[in-house]
Design a protein around this ligand. Sequence first.
Ligand code: SF4
Length: 524
Amino acid sequence: MKRRQREEHSWHETRAAERPVEPFSTQGRHALALAYANEYRIGMSSLALQRVYELVHEEEDWTCHRFFTDGDGMPLSVEDDSPLNAFGAVAFSISFEEDYVNFLRLLDRAGIPLRREQRSEHDPVVIVGGACAMINPLPLAEFADVFVLGAAENLLPVLLPTLAEERTREAVCERLAAQPGYFVPSHHHPEGQAFSPKLVKLELSENAMRRPGHLPTTAIVTPHTEFSNKFLIEMSRGCPEKCRYCWATFGMGRFRWHPTEFILAAVERARAVTDQLGFVATAVGDHPDIEMILRQANTLGFRTAVSSVRIPAVTDGVLEALFASGDRSITLAPETGSDSLRERLNKPIPNQLVLDKVRLIFRQGFTQLKLYFLVGLPGETLEDVEAIVELVAACRRVMLEELAPTGVIGHIHVGANILIPKPYTGWQREAMEAPAKLKPKIALLKRGLGAMPNVSIGAMSIRQAAWQTFLSKSGSDAAEIIEAAARGQTISSLLRRHARVIEPLVYEAAPAGQRLRWQFLRAG
Ligand code: SF4
């Protein structure tokens, strides 16, 4: 990969703006480099990254240094500008397939050979965790020495002693390969094999979540993130619904929630560092005590926001508490515009219920509504896409009626994504819809919604969806293509040049019964 003469990025000012909830020492005998394959602004919004940081520091003699993609030249740690290549191990948290390219670029900037087979004993052990490792680690299998599969609480107690005690990369790999929760490509060679009893994903169980010390919260508050100055608290894992396309519900196990007393204790802890809270989960509104928790946060003087709420979980009580804390925006995901297609998606919520909830939202005084839809669903017709336009128009009418007495007009933003049939979902065998069918659907949406005042639309590009589908379904043979992207080749040119490899994977469904390459992982 071409190396240019570049300026290193010092974190002096960023560091000065950070407010740790507890003091974190940088003096441990052992140090783990924790890297996020994107900018600080995005990485520090990740509760997963913050949680690993906190857990590493809880281990005796360990300290953790954070790395992000900002700047050029040798990546330096936020903690004290230590260079990335000075660490014995670097653990990446990767949640989005698009970040694979950033992952390779960060290794390259640190002078770490990209391919695991080219690394010497002087190079760090490269570890990859996060959602992508659990969805399908194979596209990164030529680059990562070790994948960690599951919750950090279950994995760090084995990973850290191994890194501290073993002297060579091979010894680390051999020891971890024998443990559940670790995928070590040099030892497991999974492609072409059936399930292995060792390759289990170690999710956080319901029992563990009921014990103290298992609630992920922000470790360091900073103004420089997407959730500026917010203290994030995880409410639950999994989801009570089983939408056929959703990895969060199939991949993260049964819906379970953190005990209310732990959440309230975390709210109290946050008071020392901020007056803003964010409650996050795939199904925040389904926590049985959500209304009480929000009210309590308000009483303590916090401004509060939640990640998206499942449509049936939108209640007067939740809306009232959020509104009282200053929130004016709500996100819902109807996914499609017709009741029948929504039922096939396994989300049996009628349009009438969507409209009833939208009325509650605007009646409460909220002025901003975000609606998320998917196009390219199996069996979807142009009429189904027209139904999205009609549903948004109906939501807009409700908005105008309810907000008329206030003199405010309000705004609806529509996010239109393309279905990516991900591994370990109900639609994992499906193909992404062909561009020839997607183009008129997206054009119809843009035309229909673009003509509506106070409605905006942001649509995912077909190129982006094809690239993401390829990366989520491919095997280790994708390595060369990802390397080419990291060297600067555009996604469009790669999709064209490697069409013979990429297109069957993206646009052809897998027949029922055929073994899928990622099925060597199973839930533990
Ligand atoms: S409601 Fe949302 S989080 Fe739950 S299964 Fe459906 S898409 Fe996934």
